[in-house]
Design a protein around this ligand. Structure first.
Ligand code: ES4
Ligand code: ZN
Length: 326
């Protein structure tokens, strides 16, 4: 629609993007063939037919399977390059990308290999068209906290590559309270702090992420709608929520986009932002997420502009740098 066309030309930020979730079917199949990884699909059509999820866990099973084809620095370079090419096409001038090195440990891939590939693509995009990129070191909460702390310590050698830490993967049985030492250690190291909370888990997990982990941003957070007092707190303090509309529908947080509450949160004064989460799995990049809000929720030009501005407000950038991009 017209609002989305207008947004296509507007500089935007994306703050909630799992790089493994941007691995598209053609690249997935290419890398599986390269490394001789046996996948339950052999064509793009079969991959896309399999991406039919009933909840977060049914998605995560295929997400980690897909990521298992990533083995060498060239693979990580191509993965990052493919997403940064989308940033260029969609005018995502600043992105904060979640990388999850624990995902590659079963394949024996070292953090140095992962970051060498990423860094080559980031430097090319920065020198090529001035792309602004920051990385978030995202931990897998279905693994023990001690394993997460071991990865945090391994990342000390690469501290300058990361602006923040995050917490992703299965939420329901893995509450924020289990990760207090990890977050205290990260805070001591000077990282910004964010975490997934209130996607499948209850609103109380958003409160716990704020109070027990001291996060300054919430990934998803849509279940805050169940707690009036929390909504008041989030609005009064402008705590950003990195909302992912297509993800929420594809993972059955909402039955249909028309049930999504993002515009009500916006009108209530919360700092909500729009993001794509895992675009290869959920059927669209950032602009397609905005397009769904226009077609299914009637998002206005004024609302779209505030959503885009919120993306820069919520970014982990110094305010001078934000003004230069905005
Ligand atoms: C994720 Cl949608 C979502 N939720 C939690 N963890 C994730 N990792 C990748 N996508
Ligand atoms: Zn996510």
């Amino acid at each position: 629609g017209p609002v989305t066309q207008w947004l296509a030309e507007m500089p935007k930020a994306e703050l909630h993007l799992h790089l493994d979730g941007s691995l598209r079917a053609p690249r997935l199949l290419q890398l599986a063939a390269k490394h001789g990884v046996d996948l339950p699909y052999t064509s793009v059509e079969e991959v896309e037919a399999a991406y039919n999820f009933s909840d977060l866990q049914s998605f995560l099973d295929l997400y980690y399977l897909g990521a298992s084809v990533l083995r060498d620095a060239e693979d990580f370079y191509l993965l990052m390059k493919d997403y940064l090419d989308v940033c260029r096409q969609q005018k995502i001038v600043h992105c904060e990308i979640m990388v999850e090195p624990q995902t590659y440990l079963p394949q024996g891939v070292d953090l140095s290999v992962v970051l060498a590939g990423f860094d080559r693509a980031i430097v090319e995009a920065h020198e090529g068209w001035g792309q602004s990129v920051q990385l978030i070191l995202s931990f897998l909460r279905h693994l023990p906290e001690a394993d997460c702390i071991a990865m945090l310590e391994a990342a000390d050698l690469y501290r300058k590559h990361f602006c923040a830490i995050g917490l992703a993967s299965a939420e329901k049985d893995f509450p924020p309270a289990n990760f207090q030492t990890l977050y205290r250690e990260a805070k001591n190291r000077g990282y910004e702090l964010t975490a997934h909370a209130g996607e499948e888990g209850p609103a109380s997990f958003i409160r716990d992420a704020l109070e027990l982990l001291s996060v300054s941003r919430i990934d998803h957070g849509v279940r805050a709608v169940e707690d009036e007092g929390l909504l008041d707190h989030l609005a009064a303090n402008r705590v950003p929520l990195t909302v992912c509309p297509l993800s929420n529908v594809r993972l059955c947080v909402y039955d249909e986009m028309s049930e999504h509450r993002i515009l009500e949160l916006l009108e209530r004064g919360l700092c909500v932002t729009v993001n794509s989460d895992d675009p290869a799995y959920f059927g669209g990049d950032l602009l397609e997420n905005f397009a769904a809000l226009e077609s299914d929720l009637g998002m206005t030009r004024e609302q779209a502009l505030v959503l885009v501005r919120n993306g820069f407000e919520a970014a982990y950038l110094p305010s001078e740098a934000k003004m230069a991009l905005d």
